[in-house]
Design a protein around this ligand. Structure first.
Ligand code: PA5
Length: 443
């Protein structure tokens, strides 16, 4: 297997020569920058273009924040949030908050909702802790993170004064444009730039993801190394069968053409739940347009076998499943035997939990195949920074290829603007007077 494995044997799809050629052509188009959305293809070569100096600058800023705070609040939404959260959750102990001693600061998130309760409870929690803030917004004007940052900045300034607050803030935003850029320059916050040619959902390997991840203690060099190796493994000169991104993109498009309109990304590892959330944005925003696109859904097994399992097994046959399967857990736990077998589990005594989980996974796969759910498997050797970096780039590359195969521009998101216009009109934002009248007439 390569850096990650891809098993399409359960998809029921034979890939015709024409599709192989189309997928390779789509990949070449990404590299030649001659396809739709070509102004937003900076992510294609990001892993190989991040230099040691850039990583060191990010590391230094992250170290400063780590030294200043017990809690780092990471503020952002969508592409300026999900990648960081995906990597952090994948690589973290889910019970870290219960540990008596913390190694470095805890990272929490804000700016990804407009909940008043969430904001108040966060402020309450920060009362007892020293904290720092990383604020991330490419446009610098997105409402949710801007509001959260205003609230957190005020809390920091009350506690540490204006200068003390500035020493505990870092901003990631556009080189020149946007309110966050103006604010950061005015207040003297250290800033990192999101390249113009990288869209939000493809930005996890820019400072958008790398700064907060370094601040949370993630080995970002290993993350980038994994992505870099995957960049090579999916380069345009790699033959179709050896390029997992091209194969995945081809198979999912062939399934879509056969009426499989929903793809469920699943895993048996709860740590990967936010990778699924990130993936949903990546594929949903990239492909869902012009009345087309596979609807991306997600499940975490075995929990969701007890909620979604029935539908997947016997509901409408318009879905297929892609399982991210992990070969080796990091830890080891073997089930013990008991003198009296009251719970009836002695037949499992001596077996590792991962071994029992593998049987569950296999059993589900066979059941779903019997239930006419085409199945793809992406195999990760283990969950570490290197393999997660490779997985992220794999999904990005496959998404670009897949969007071109579908015949859409995978790098814009015109539909996301519609709700914003209505919300601004309803809130009375200057410049939205006309829209405000129109929308009020409909209420
Ligand atoms: O992918 C996208 O472009 C969006 O999800 C954005 O990342 C999200 O809306 C946040 O935008 P910004 O970083 O400009 O605040």
């Amino acid at each position: 297997m390569g850096i990650i494995g891809l098993d399409t044997s359960g998809s029921g799809i034979g890939i015709p020569e024409t599709m192989r050629e189309r997928a390779l052509a789509a990949n070449a188009l990404l590299h030649s920058r001659e396809g739709a959305g070509s102004d937003f293809l900076g992510w294609v070569h990001l892993p190989s273009s991040i230099g040691d100096l850039e990583l060191a600058a990010i590391g230094a800023s992250a170290a400063r924040l780590r030294a200043a705070a017990e809690v780092i609040v990471c503020v952002g939404i969508g592409g300026s949030y999900l990648g960081t959260r995906a990597v952090l959750e994948a690589l973290s102990d889910p019970f870290r908050l219960l540990h008596r001693t913390q190694e470095g600061p805890v990272m929490v998130f804000a700016g990804q909702n407009l909940s008043e309760d969430y904001a108040c409870e966060l402020l309450d929690a920060l009362e007892e802790r020293s904290f720092a803030v990383i604020v991330i917004s490419k446009s610098g004007t997105t409402t949710e993170p801007a509001i959260a940052f205003r609230v957190l900045k005020a809390a920091l300034e009350r506690r540490y004064g204006r200068e003390g607050a500035a020493a505990r803030i870092a901003a990631v935003t556009d080189r020149e444009r946007g309110a966050l850029r103006t604010l950061a320059d005015e207040e003297g916050y250290p800033t990192f730039v999101i390249p113009d040619d990288v869209g939000g959902r493809f930005s996890v390997l820019t400072p958008v993801g790398l700064l907060p991840l370094a601040a949370a203690g993630v080995d970002i060099a290993a993350l980038v190394r994994g992505a870099r190796d995957m960049e090579r493994a999916t380069a345009p000169d790699v033959p179709f069968d050896r390029n997992p991104a091209a194969v995945y993109a081809a198979v999912r498009n062939l399934l879509y053409e056969q009426g499989r309109k929903i793809e469920i990304l699943g895993s048996y590892e709860p740590k990967l739940q936010y990778v699924s959330e990130w993936w949903k944005q990546l594929y949903g925003e990239s492909e869902g347009k012009e009345g087309k696109g596979i609807f991306p859904a997600s499940v975490t097994y075995t929990a969701d076998l007890h909620s979604m399992g029935q539908y997947i097994q016997q509901g409408e046959r318009t879905l297929f499943e892609t399982i991210v399967s992990v070969d080796e857990p990091q830890r080891r736990l073997t089930l013990g035997a008991e003198a009296k077998d009251l719970d009836g589990l002695n037949f499992l005594a001596g077996r590792r939990l991962s071994d029992i989980g593998r049987m569950a996974e296999l059993g589900v796969r066979i059941a779903h195949l019997d239930g006419d759910v085409p199945n793809l498997r992406i195999v990760l050797e283990r969950i570490d920074a290197y393999h997660v970096g490779a997985l992220l780039y794999f999904f990005e590359k496959a998404c670009g290829i897949s969007g071109y195969l579908l015949g859409v521009n995978p790098f814009d998101q015109p539909g996301v603007e519609d709700y914003k216009r209505n919300m601004f009109a309803l809130l009375g934002k200057p410049g939205y007077e006309e829209a405000s009248e129109a929308i009020r007439a409909r209420l």
